[in-house]
Design a protein around this ligand. Structure first.
Ligand code: AMP
Ligand code: MG
Length: 295
């Protein structure tokens, strides 16, 4: 009964926000930021401060979020109950790009039991003894789950490339391996959504400075953040190649303008609600011989 009541609430929340077309079925923002397969990505041409398609400024756009949270929770409930398919959300960004904040804000309404978040750090000694996809495959979501990757196998063509951790021919071969790996996940019932949170160099400076000045953010500061920032252009080129080479119909990349956190949260929520809505997960049929009452 709980879920039936909640579904009703979802419909009401959606209609408060302006009717189902706005929340669930408008393709606009999703197709606007999707990297079409074969299209060459030039990040300089995409404004990190864009708020295109938003219902308004910060206040109006943030006000549209609760309905999306409810819709996401409802879809996740169905996905979990159906327990046949899964969703994998890959988050990549420059340092301070907002991966942690996106996870905290966009997924605040979801059921933790049906969600698996994995943060990929520098590979440890054991991971280094295996192929680069070994640790990634183990973290892939099981049937019914939403998997969230905070960084991912893409670091193996990004950080690894920028820091020359392997010979060029090794990381170059990985684009094709990644394509086949992702095909394998899709074949197994996983839907992939890959999100690149796109911030400007100036916004990164602002956020890193905030990590120095705000007592509640200082714990996040790493000297490596400043080191990595000096490789901004190399990372940009590496990202452009990765997005261009690996955005596919079965595993699309989205470039999400992320200088405005409120816009980023809204776009990511929209993409996820739309993607799950298209998957259309269904509650399983109840058993045929359900008793009418419980003694
Ligand atoms: P953070 O996400 O801020 O905790 O930082 C994690 C660090 O691990 C980042 O500097 C990443 O570039 C790095 N990292 C993650 N995966 C890999 C990888 N496969 N190879 C090298 N560095 C990695
Ligand atoms: Mg960091």
């Amino acid at each position: 009964m709980r879920t039936v009541a909640r579904a009703g609430w979802v419909r009401r929340a959606i209609s408060v926000a302006g009717g189902p077309p706005r929340v669930c079925w408008d393709e606009g923002v999703r197709s606007r930021w999707r990297v079409k397969p074969g299209e060459r990505v030039r990040l300089a041409d995409i404004d990190p401060g864009s708020t295109a398609g938003a219902p308004g400024g910060r206040t109006e756009t943030s006000a549209a979020l609760p309905a999306l949270h409810v819709a996401l929770a409802d879809l996740q409930d169905r996905l979990w109950a159906e327990s046949r398919r899964s969703l994998l959300v890959v988050l990549q960004a420059m340092d301070a790009g907002g991966k942690d904040g996106t996870i905290k804000h966009v997924f605040q309404g979801v059921n933790p039991q049906a969600t698996r978040v994995t943060s990929f750090k520098q590979p440890d000694a054991e991971e280094l003894k295996h192929d680069f996809l070994w640790r990634v495959h183990r973290a892939a979501p099981a049937a019914g789950e939403i998997g969230i990757f905070n960084r991912s196998h893409y670091e193996d063509v990004l950080a690894v490339r920028v820091h020359h951790l392997v010979p060029d021919r090794v990381w170059k071969a990985r684009f094709e391996l990644i394509e086949w790996f992702e095909r394998q996940l899709v074949h197994g019932g996983t839907t992939l959504v890959k999100l690149f949170l796109h911030i400007s160099r100036e916004e990164q400076r602002r956020r890193l400075e905030e990590r120095l000045t705000r007592p509640d953010k200082r714990w996040k500061f790493r000297h490596s953040d400043v080191e990595e920032r000096s490789h901004w252009d190399q990372y940009r080129v590496a990202y452009e190649d990765a997005l261009t080479r690996t955005s596919a119909a079965h595993a699309p990349w989205y470039v999400v303008p992320a200088d405005h956190k409120w816009y980023r949260n809204w776009v990511v929520s929209r993409i996820l609600v739309k993607t799950l809505g298209r998957m259309d997960p269904k509650y399983p049929q109840p058993m045929e011989d359900l008793p009418a009452t419980i003694e």
